[in-house]
Design a protein around this ligand. Structure first.
Ligand code: PRP
Ligand code: HPA
Ligand code: MG
Length: 157
């Protein structure tokens, strides 16, 4: 998939941290004992949730489907070793078309699957998420950005 619109949703590190802590709060009391992070995007929220919920056992599944904003075929580069169970939490940064989520649901039918951001197409596939994003909007994540000079509206200051 490539976006026809160029609408962007820019996420700072602080905003990402705040939203992920809100996701952790939604999960309080559900007694998860292990996390599978969906690498790479799920690694950061998985670490934050693990810290908030005092979960010490983490694993990763490495899935690639996008080359920057171009969706290609989904490839599982490395599987996770933890067994599927209702106490297992699968964490990704976002769900967009839902292709990645579909593959994860098949791989871990008993586990709970959560993301920080969700677009409409993928939303039905997640158990919990924090922020709705429109389908035609690209989420710019903090690790894909850097601070840069911003030209003033009027030159010559
Ligand atoms: O709902 P979908 O349309 O499947 O898109 C969502 C997936 O796409 C991104 O991963 P990507 O494959 O770009 O790899 P990355 O996590 O290494 O950036 C994102 O981190 C999700 O895992
Ligand atoms: O909107 C997005 N932003 C970053 N990565 C993504 N991978 C799928 N959709 C997105
Ligand atoms: Mg990913």
């Amino acid at each position: 998939m490539s976006l026809a619109s160029n609408k962007m949703f820019y996420v700072s590190w602080e905003a990402f941290h705040r939203a992920t802590k809100e996701l952790a709060r939604q999960l309080l009391g559900q007694n998860f004992n292990a996390i599978v992070a969906v690498s790479r995007g799920g690694l950061v929220p998985a670490a934050i949730i693990a810290r908030e919920l005092n979960i010490r056992v983490l694993d990763s599944i490495c899935i690639a489907s996008y080359n920057h904003d171009q969706q290609g075929s989904l490839r599982v580069l490395k599987d996770a070793h933890l067994a599927d169970s209702e106490q297992l939490l699968i964490v990704d940064d976002l769900v967009d078309t839902g292709e990645t989520a579909k593959a994860l649901r098949e791989r871990f039918p008993k586990a709970r699957f959560v993301t920080v951001y969700a677009k409409p197409q993928g939303k039905p596939l997640v158990d919990h998420y924090v922020t709705d994003i429109e389908q035609d909007t690209w989420i710019q994540l903090p690790w894909d950005m850097e601070l840069a000079y911003s030209k003033p509206l009027v030159e010559g200051a």
